[in-house]
Write a protein that binds this ligand. Structure first.
Ligand code: ATP
Ligand code: MG
Ligand code: ZN
Length: 283
């Protein structure tokens, strides 16, 4: 039984992460050498009684959590982000921040992987979008054992472009496979790359693949969830020139509309938390 369980974890993680073998080793080692409760079997008696049947030992759950967190590739900069340390009652906090936190907690509670419905966190710089997205990811790993992946949009596009270079080993599909297959994907900073035909094609490939497979995607963006310039006809030429770029401008109207099918929109406003509080008491 123990072996079956370990194999199952390894299989889930290794299915989309090249270094799965390393995790398998870590899990086996943790179970076999360290745990004093189950002596490496992975199973412990229910309520400590020998004849009451067995249940999974906590060391197994911890190992699974550790492997899934590592596989999620959360950048160091955001490792501290949890739903529980996201504050909403700081001076100048917009009411949308509290609503966003409630929305994030509810999302975790009601998460149904078959539904494939994600979140689009939209807002200004430093309003806590990435913090909430990472917090959700960690909760889904801990509470639901989901296979998650954090992905920076700029970094991802760079990696894909790099894969066209003959001297680079990874193929485009190798870069994209984990992004396609993660049960829950955080796509951070959508729209942050200057649009081009190639960028639009790549974004549609990613979003459409996940949409077709009914997979959950949590997206953050700084760009207002509004139409592209050519669609916003009501603007006078002078206002059109002065207006800020929107998500429609950056990823195209077709993909913006796809996002509305894939995600619930969460607006975040307020001060830049980084500038205002990070150096002071919030650490
Ligand atoms: N409400 C909050 N409670 C606690 N920490 C917060 C909160 N909002 C932001 N932070 C912290 O401030 C920093 C900036 O937040 P974050 O990176 O999530 O902002 P962002 O909206 O993603 O910004 P950007 O648009 O620049 O990507 C992070 O270190 C984050 O942990
Ligand atoms: Mg961010
Ligand atoms: Zn154990």
């Amino acid at each position: 039984m123990h072996r079956m369980y370990t194999e199952r974890i390894w299989f889930r993680v290794a299915g989309w992460v090249d270094t799965g073998a390393k995790f398998k080793y870590t899990i086996m080692k943790t179970a076999a050498e360290i745990c004093p409760v189950c002596a490496g079997s992975g199973w412990k008696p229910v309520h400590g009684k020998q004849d009451g049947g067995v249940t999974r030992c906590d060391c197994q759950l911890r190992a699974r959590n550790g492997a899934l967190i590592a596989a999620a590739r959360i950048p160091k900069r955001y490792e501290h982000c949890e739903l529980s340390n996201f504050t909403t009652d700081f001076p100048g906090a917009d009411h949308l921040i509290a609503l966003a936190q409630i929305g994030a907690a509810r999302f975790v509670q009601e998460f149904d992987p078959r539904e494939g419905k994600g979140l689009l966190l939209v807002g200004g710089i430093g309003t806590g979008k990435t913090h909430l997205a990472v917090g959700i990811l960690k909760e889904l790993i801990a509470a639901r054992g989901c296979a998650c992946l954090f992905c920076d949009y700029r970094e991802l596009l760079k990696q894909i472009q790099n894969s066209y270079n003959d001297s680079v080993q990874a193929t485009e599909l190798q870069v994209l496979r984990p992004v396609f297959e993660a049960e829950v994907l955080v796509l951070d900073e959508l729209g942050a790359v200057k649009p081009s035909e190639w960028v639009w094609d790549t974004v549609s490939l990613i979003l459409n693949t996940r949409y077709n497979d009914n997979r959950t995607t949590i997206i953050t963006t700084n760009f207002a969830d509004e139409p592209a310039a050519r669609v916003a006809r009501s603007l006078s030429p002078a206002r059109a020139a002065a207006r800020e770029e929107t998500l429609g401008d950056r990823i195209g109207e077709r993909m913006r509309s796809r996002l509305h099918e894939m995600c619930r929109i969460v607006k975040m406003e307020g001060p830049d938390f980084r500038q205002k509080f990070k150096s002071a008491s919030f650490g």
